[in-house]
Design a binder for this molecule. Structure first.
Ligand code: FAD
Ligand code: EPU
Length: 336
């Protein structure tokens, strides 16, 4: 365990932003984390997983700690479920594949999401009709000031759409060390969302199975979203906004093509990508900062963009969506 000084964070964030951290280290156990926090307790700290949901807008004048707590364990099972605990530092997609290989169902729709297991409850990751809250059992997190582990149930996490207590009242207080998922021995397929059914048909799948669903999701995602290894990005930069029925009806009268999904509470979730595209932003490029050519919700770094340039671009997008539709978009990516 070594503390490095003044190192570039470029390889540690999928936007590929070249900022410096005053101090940088990694930890694989609670003891190592404890040892790192003792002499540095007055410094600001950031916990980093895969860096796929973060935008650094300036050098970080503190300690960046990369969570590398590893290990996947089957901790208990009952008639219908297995309870599987993963270290926070495990790669998310590798964890999904580990479960699928063992026929443990529930994670297949969440295939190929970048990042690590530890960040998954931070914003209750979701895709293709599934969010982790549906298969979440509990997590253990280390309180930085109290220096002890707390256990959080799903209720304690207060999950919402791309949201949890860790983004709100406990922001920066905890380090998530491991997460336990309750996976199904018998799959409950969820293929109603988006193009999954169509993709399964294209693949010629006759007997539905979780491997096929995972592959269908992988195929769809690969065709739509830019691969961070090739072009810097952090997935959707903004959340899809939720609006009331009255406002939706008014907007629909003005913009008949607007895309919205009805929610159980009577509200509508709008496709922010459509709103941004309708404002003319899709595919634009300002220097090396741009809006993806196939998905207007994704901002991209073509090489040497700074975090500030990407942030400024996001601000212009926010303003123009507000002007045209009267809707205030919210950023999804964590801005540092
Ligand atoms: P990081 O970016 O490292 O961290 C994110 C935040 O969590 C930071 O604030 C960080 O400080 C904090 N954090 C990280 N680990 C811990 C920990 N152990 N304890 C406490 N705090 C921690 N997300 C979706 O929900 N659905 C998608 O479909 C999706 N698609 C994506 C596609 C692409 C191409 C990309 C690049 C991103 C996508 N994302 C998606 C966003 C991203 O993959 C998720 O948010 C992911 O969970 C981030 O994981 P990470 O380890 O990279 O987090
Ligand atoms: N659309 C446009 N123009 C665009 C982009 C999208 O018109 O430029 C339209 C699409 O045609 C579609 C609708 O908007 O009708 C929704 O698009 P898509 O299915 O691509 O999903 P999304 O709403 O843009 C959300 C999540 C993704 C997740 C997918 C699949 C958010 C903020 N984003 O994207 O999550 O993978 O659904 O479930 O909720 C992420 O969080 O980083 C992320 C990628």
């Amino acid at each position: 365990m070594q503390i490095e000084q003044n190192i570039s964070l470029r390889q540690y964030n999928t936007f590929g932003i070249d900022v410096k951290a005053k101090l940088f280290s990694s930890f694989g156990t609670q003891e190592e984390l404890d040892d790192l926090l003792t002499p540095t307790s007055k410094l600001p700290t950031i916990i980093l997983g895969g860096g796929s949901n973060i935008l650094f807008t300036k050098d970080f004048d503190g300690l960046v700690l990369k969570n590398e707590t590893k290990g996947i364990d089957l901790i208990k099972e009952d008639l219908n479920h297995v309870y599987v605990r993963s270290g926070a530092g495990e790669n998310w997609h590798q964890f999904v594949l580990y479960a699928i290989q063992r026929n443990w169902a529930g994670l297949e729709n969440l295939s190929l999401i970048p990042g690590n297991v530890g960040a998954s409850p931070m914003q209750n990751i979701g895709a293709y009709g599934v969010e982790i809250r549906e298969i979440f059992d509990e997590l253990e997190a280390y309180h930085k000031k109290e220096r002890k582990i707390h256990t959080f149930s799903a209720n304690d996490c207060e999950f919402g759409y791309r949201d949890s207590v860790f983004k709100k009242k406990y922001r920066n207080d905890f380090v998530i060390m491991n997460v336990t998922f309750r996976l199904n021995k018998k799959p409950h397929f969820n293929i109603s969302y988006g193009a999954i059914e169509e993709e399964l048909e294209k693949m010629g799948v006759k007997d539905l199975n979780i491997q096929a669903v995972s592959q269908a999701v992988i195929n769809i995602r690969s065709s739509k979203l830019p691969d961070p290894a090739k072009i810097g990005n952090a997935g959707s930069f903004f959340k899809n906004p939720e609006i009331g029925m009255k406002q939706y009806n008014k907007l629909q009268a003005l913009f008949p093509d607007i895309i919205g999904y009805p929610l159980q509470n009577g509200n509508t979730k709008l496709a922010a990508g459509w709103l941004i595209e309708a404002c003319g932003w899709k595919g634009i490029r300002r220097g090396d900062a741009g809006v993806h050519t196939q998905q207007a919700l994704v901002l991209v770094n073509y090489g040497e963009a700074t975090g500030k340039e990407l942030y400024d671009l996001s601000e212009k997008i926010l303003q123009s969506v507000k002007r045209k539709f009267g809707i205030q978009l919210e950023r999804e990516v964590n801005i540092i």
